[in-house]
Design a protein around this ligand. Structure first.
Ligand code: HEC
Ligand code: HEC
Ligand code: HEC
Ligand code: HEC
Ligand code: HEC
Length: 396
């Protein structure tokens, strides 16, 4: 009797646990927690007196150089970016994506009136009669960072502007305005790793002070030029925000050290050491799509006889729970080495070592049906070394 009872309890617990796991495996996957930073569109609608609209194109009438830079940046393409668009459709075109990619209220066709769920992923929407399709195209536009209550916010005020300006040091101190979209994370019981949307600079915790990390110092470097057309040259901040889309930006942040050792009889070993010397976060950072690959090949008489590939990336388990399994990216200042060895062979050969930066994996591109016009990866380091059979050589 007693034994039977125990069996029954055991059985129901097992069934419940199984049902729970199955639910975890099939439920819609909300990979992030919505925090106050981005739960709603930004209520920035008042146009500063003296200006025609909130559009970047209007700021650009006077701030020509800044406008040109911004227009070439990923911020200006945060909405039109074809990869973002493909991903958004694949994800069911949720409103929440808009709050960082086109964050201003009038960039969005709908107003958010409230939420149907506690997680704030199901908004109650109403048509926005002031929706501005031209402003929408501008993505992360000037006003997102600079306009509050009809006033231009800036770390300093010159007194020479035709528009009302207010001093606001929170724009550039520490992680500044960048925090709003790039350093966000929320807690929830089922995310062991607190992944912010798009896996933005996740290695920096939102709660942390971020002391000593000055995003703007690296991503908006100073240049001397007039602030407005016809003005005096002065040190101003570039508005390019170069990152993974810019091979030069990535290359200059990595130190490459290749050593090749011949052991006689044509055998040998190569060792590549990479050090992230140019960022205050991991390299690569940002969306978990980004990764580096290190490829070694040995060719003899034009034929590849040995090949080895390493991947430097985040590996995340999504279901049944979100767990960061391992992370092989480059941590700031910490050298990481990759080795390749070969045995003796007939005749001379060539060792090729290639490091690539990948914006996106081909498998994911296919899954979301994104038809890329630009390459998904590029080379950041490559060296070919001839090895003669039996010769001894040593490269630094
Ligand atoms: C009609 C020309 C004009 C337009 C349009 C204009 N600005 Fe300005 N802005 C200026 C001038 C002139 C200055 C002062 C330049 C100097 O210091 O010499 C200035 C200064 C600034 C400053 C520095 C703070 C200050 O008050 O000195 C910021 C930030 C700024 N503008 C942002 C913007 C943004 C964002 C827009 C669009 C929403 C915009 N401006 C539109 C002319 C303009
Ligand atoms: C309103 C939200 C928002 C704010 C504020 C913001 N960003 Fe971004 N940022 C984005 C989005 C969205 C993208 C991605 C656009 C895309 O590729 O579709 C992006 C992309 C970038 C990139 C990537 C470029 C690349 O090559 O992929 C860098 C670097 C960057 N931002 C730096 C900054 C810095 C530095 C600041 C602070 C001065 C900042 N951002 C403020 C939303 C924001
Ligand atoms: C992603 C946020 C962001 C966007 C978008 C942005 N800015 Fe800025 N801008 C900043 C930050 C941060 C600073 C202050 C840098 C500092 O002083 O450390 C700044 C500084 C300025 C200044 C003062 C001069 C200088 O360079 O220090 C002007 C003028 C300006 N921005 C105009 C614009 C205009 C015009 C646009 C759109 C074409 C624009 N900004 C878009 C973040 C942004
Ligand atoms: C010491 C310089 C430095 C500092 C400080 C820095 N970055 Fe970067 N950042 C870089 C370099 C170099 C790259 C390009 C290599 C890479 O992708 O890691 C980069 C890349 C990025 C990217 C592009 C990722 C992608 O997907 O293309 C983003 C976004 C970014 N940084 C955001 C930030 C934010 C936000 C901060 C502040 C919390 C910050 N960075 C602080 C140097 C810096
Ligand atoms: C909290 C703000 C935030 C939200 C919400 C958000 N994103 Fe992003 N997104 C970013 C930032 C910041 C970047 C730039 C990160 C980087 O390049 O490293 C980005 C980059 C991306 C990229 C990479 C584009 C590229 O440059 O290669 C895609 C795709 C993307 N987001 C899709 C989405 C989708 C789909 C949603 C909704 C499910 C969404 N995002 C919601 C902030 C956000």
């Amino acid at each position: 009797m007693y034994r039977k009872h125990r069996k029954l309890i055991f059985l129901s617990v097992t069934v419940l646990a199984l049902a729970f796991l199955i639910w975890r495996l099939v439920r819609p996957l909300n990979i992030f927690v919505v925090t106050d930073n981005f739960a709603r569109p930004m209520a920035v609608t008042r146009v500063p007196t003296g200006l025609d609209s909130l559009r970047a194109a209007d700021c650009g009438e006077c701030h020509k150089a800044i406008y040109k830079e911004w227009a070439a940046s990923m911020h200006a393409h945060a909405w039109t970016d074809p990869y973002f668009q493909a991903d958004r459709h694949f994800d069911g075109s949720q409103q929440i994506c808009l709050n960082c990619h086109i964050p201003l209220q009038n960039q969005q066709p709908h107003l958010v009136e409230g939420f149907l769920d506690r997680e704030r992923l199901k908004p109650v929407l109403r048509k926005n009669v002031n929706f501005d399709p031209a402003l929408q195209q501008e993505g992360v536009t000037c006003a997102v960072c600079h306009v509050r209550n009809g006033v231009i916010n800036s770390p300093y005020v010159s007194g020479r502007a035709p528009h009302p300006s207010r001093e606001d040091k929170s724009i550039n101190e520490g992680m500044g305005i960048c925090k709003k979209c790039h350093v966000v994370s929320g807690k929830r019981w089922d995310t062991f790793f607190r992944i912010p949307p798009c896996g933005t600079v996740a290695e920096i915790r939102a709660g942390s002070s971020g002391k000593g990390i000055h995003c703007i110092g690296c991503h908006m470097p100073l240049i001397t030029r007039p602030l407005v057309q016809g003005g005096e040259p002065e040190p101003v901040h570039r508005h390019l925000w170069r990152g993974g889309h810019d091979p030069q930006m990535v290359r200059q942040a990595v130190k490459f050290n290749l050593g090749i050792n011949m052991k006689g009889g044509g055998a040998g070993a190569a060792r590549l050491t990479l050090t992230n010397t140019g960022t205050d976060h991991y390299l690569p950072t940002g969306t978990p799509d980004r990764y580096l690959s290190v490829t070694f090949t040995l060719q003899r008489r034009g034929v590849t006889v040995k090949k080895k590939i390493f991947q430097l990336k985040r590996t995340i388990m999504w279901r049944p729970f979100i767990v960061d399994l391992w992370d092989t990216r480059l941590i700031k200042g910490k050298p990481q080495s990759y080795k390749f060895s070969w045995s003796g062979g007939s005749g001379p050969g060539v060792i090729t070592v290639t490091v690539r930066y990948h914006l996106l994996a081909e498998t994911r591109r296919r899954r979301i049906k994104y038809r890329n016009k630009k390459p998904l990866s590029y080379i950041i380091f490559q060296r070919r070394t001839a090895i003669g059979a039996g010769s001894r050589q040593n490269h630094p």
